[in-house]
Design a protein around this ligand. Structure first.
Ligand code: SF4
Ligand code: SF4
Ligand code: SF4
Length: 290
């Protein structure tokens, strides 16, 4: 496995260097090791000589596609390396006109699962890995197939809880939040130029630590991401307080599936969940009875 990853990393560097030789190339976004060598972080290579810093290994958690909206309007082609879950986010960004496909060079990285640096086990996000079947890659490092992984996600059984128990669970969970906004900053889908939580007039929520403000923040973010969350767990990984954002996101996704048969962001060409309307909607607002 190690040799295979090393071989892929060598090829990744070769492809990135060839891309950066192009006169119209702006940068190539991938991963580099952090100074302590324990994790990776995003790396923007701008010159062919910098590609030696690019890595591919089981710690490549960050999503390089999440930096694309910030480069919108830049002159030149952007190269980006994506594993399967990143590719789903990329597909959503293109569909939402956050970046134009014609300005990208997309390198698909076949991924066999990442490792959680805290446990050494396969990362729980990989238990639900689903590749987009038809993202149009410019090059890949091999067949982009969904890995067959069995991974346990340690989680309380929220469905077995009463409404009161669930409410108590989420109050306790969200009260841990210190409103550092790392979850918002790392999420590929939080690209609004002005987030409502950065506005001062009106001031929608304070950072003073009130539970009501914390709940409001997380409810708004969860609903803004409903039908767009690709389940990458990056928000949960970034959280310094260990808030179970992965459970919140999954809960939204399961409801979208159950109520609207919506199959998940970046997987199909279905219209985005919150941009659809049906006269068959069971909500009483539309004449239904639920
Ligand atoms: S979910 Fe896991 S296995 Fe699937 S592409 Fe993402 S990191 Fe790789
Ligand atoms: S899992 Fe978190 S970071 Fe990833 S897309 Fe969903 S909300 Fe954003
Ligand atoms: S990263 Fe964690 S602590 Fe920071 S705002 Fe998000 S949930 Fe709160």
């Amino acid at each position: 496995m190690r040799d295979q990853l090393k071989g892929m990393q060598t090829r990744l560097r070769e492809i990135a260097a060839a891309f950066l030789e192009r006169p119209d190339a702006l940068c190539f976004i991938g991963w580099e090791m952090t100074p302590d060598e324990k994790e990776t972080r995003p790396f923007f290579a701008r010159k062919p000589r910098q590609v030696k810093r690019l890595v591919w290994n089981e710690m490549c958690h960050p999503n390089p596609a999440s930096y694309l909206p910030g480069l919108r309007g830049s002159e030149g082609m952007i190269g980006v390396a994506v594993k399967g879950c990143d590719a789903r986010a990329l597909r959503e960004l293109i569909r939402a006109n956050q970046i134009e496909r014609k300005n990208l060079f997309v390198l698909g990285i076949p991924c066999a699962g990442l490792v959680d640096p805290n446990t050494g086990a396969i990362a729980s996000r990989c238990s639900e890995c689903q590749y987009p079947v038809d993202l149009d890659y410019d090059e890949t490092l091999g067949p982009m197939e969904t890995p067959d992984l069995t991974v346990e996600r340690s989680a309380p059984d929220l469905d077995a809880m009463s409404l009161q128990q669930r409410r108590a669970f989420w109050k306790q969970e969200l009260d841990k939040c210190i409103r550092c906004d790392a979850c918002r900053k790392i999420c590929y889908g939080c690209y609004c130029p002005e987030c409502i939580f950065e506005m001062s007039d009106p001031k929608w929520a304070t950072n003073r630590g009130d539970l009501a403000d914390k709940i409001f923040y997380h409810a708004v973010r969860a609903y803004h991401l409903a039908g767009r969350c690709v389940g990458c767990d990056e928000c949960a990984r970034a959280c310094p307080m260990g808030v179970r954002l992965d459970l919140l996101n999954r809960s939204l996704r399961d409801h979208a599936k159950e109520m609207f048969s919506f199959d998940g962001a970046g997987i199909t060409d279905e219209k985005p969940l919150l941009r659809t309307f049906s006269t068959e909607d069971p909500d009483p607002f539309f004449g239904g009875d639920k």
